[in-house]
Design a protein around this ligand. Structure first.
Ligand SMILES: C[S@@+](CC[C@H](N)C(=O)[O-])C[C@H]1O[C@@H](n2cnc3c(N)ncnc32)[C@H](O)[C@@H]1O
Length: 239
C-alpha cells in the first residue's frame, strides 16, 4: 500500500505546485486553501511568496488539523471546519485541490467563495477528469454498481461538465488546464483495494459492508498495472 500512497502524494503535490504556478499569486496578499489535507499548498505559499501575508488552511479532519498545528512552524492559520459551514473572510485567492467532490451543496459554497474574493480575485480547483484506464476502473465501477443496485449512468460521464456549468454561473472567466499522470501500481490487488476505498467515500454508510463483500469476489492475479490518471485544473476569475 505504501507504494500506491507515495505515488498519490507525489501526484497531489505536483498538481498543487502547478495550481500555484499558474495562479496570479504574486499579485495577492491573502490566500485560503479549502480541503487542505496535508497542508501542502499553504506551506508552499509561505515558503515561496513573501507577498502573501495571510494564509489559511481548512479541513474538516480534526486529526490532520491537530497534526498541522503541532508540526507546522510557519505562520499559517489552520482551521478545523466543514468548508460548507465556514464563514469565509475576505481573501484574494482560494485554492481547492481534489476537494470539490466531497461538497454537498456546491452552488452554495461557490456563492460564499465568490462573495469572499476580492474584485481581482480568483479560485483555482483541481478535479479528477474520468479515471483511467477506463477499461479497468470503469469495469470495476460497473460491477460494483451492479452489485449495489446503483444507477450506472454517472459512471461514464465526466463530472467536469457539471462543475463547468456551475462555475460559469458565478465566474465569467474560466480557464481549464488538462493534465495526465502515469502511475505504475506494482501491486494490482492493493491498487484495486485502494480504488474501492476511494469509492467508499461516495457511498452511503449502509452500503459499505455490502461493498466489502463485493470486493471479496474479485480474484485478480496480475501484479503490475499502469494507470493513466486524468486531472483538470480550473481557474475561475471574477473578471
Ligand atoms: C483528497 S483530499 C485532498 C487534500 C489536498 N487538498 C491535496 O490535494 O492533497 C480531500 C481532503 O478534503 C477534506 N474534506 C472533505 N470534505 C470536507 C469538507 N466538507 N470540509 C472540509 N474538508 C473536507 C478531507 O478531510 C481531505 O483532507
Amino acid at each position: 500500500m505504501e507504494v500506491v500512497k507515495e505515488q498519490w502524494l507525489r501526484l497531489h503535490e505536483d498538481v498543487s505546485n502547478k495550481m500555484i504556478e499558474i495562479s496570479n499569486i504574486q499579485n495577492y496578499t491573502k490566500a485560503l486553501d479549502l480541503c487542505t489535507g496535508t497542508g501542502f499548498i499553504p506551506k508552499m505559499l509561505r515558503i515561496n511568496y513573501d507577498n502573501i501575508h495571510s494564509v489559511v488552511g481548512i479541513d474538516n479532519d480534526p486529526t490532520l488539523i491537530k497534526s498541522l498545528k503541532n508540526t507546522s512552524e510557519d505562520d499559517i492559520t489552520w482551521i478545523c471546519s466543514d468548508v460548507e459551514k465556514y464563514s469565509f473572510p475576505k481573501t484574494d485567492i482560494i485554492f481547492c485541490s481534489f476537494g470539490f467532490m466531497y461538497i454537498n451543496k456546491t452552488k452554495k459554497l461557490l456563492q460564499a467563495i465568490e462573495n469572499s474574493l476580492s474584485a481581482d480575485g480568483e479560485m483555482i480547483i483541481s478535479l479528477w477528469d474520468n479515471f483511467g484506464p477506463e477499461h479497468l476502473y470503469i469495469k470495476i465501477k460497473n460491477i460494483l454498481y451492479d452489485y449495489l443496485g446503483l444507477d450506472k449512468q454517472s459512471i461514464n460521464e465526466s463530472p467536469i461538465n457539471n462543475y463547468r456549468v456551475l462555475l460559469k454561473q458565478f465566474f465569467p472567466n474560466i480557464i481549464e488546464i488538462p493534465l495526465t499522470y502515469t502511475i505504475e501500481h506494482k501491486n494490482y490487488k492493493e491498487f484495486i483495494n485502494f480504488l474501492i476505498e476511494r469509492e467508499l467515500h461516495f457511498l452511503p454508510i449502509a452500503q459499505k459492508e455490502q461493498l466489502y463483500q463485493a470486493v471479496l469476489e474479485f480474484n485478480l492475479t496480475n501484479d503490475s498495472f499502469i494507470e493513466e490518471a486524468n486531472v483538470r485544473i480550473l481557474i475561475a476569475k471574477k473578471r
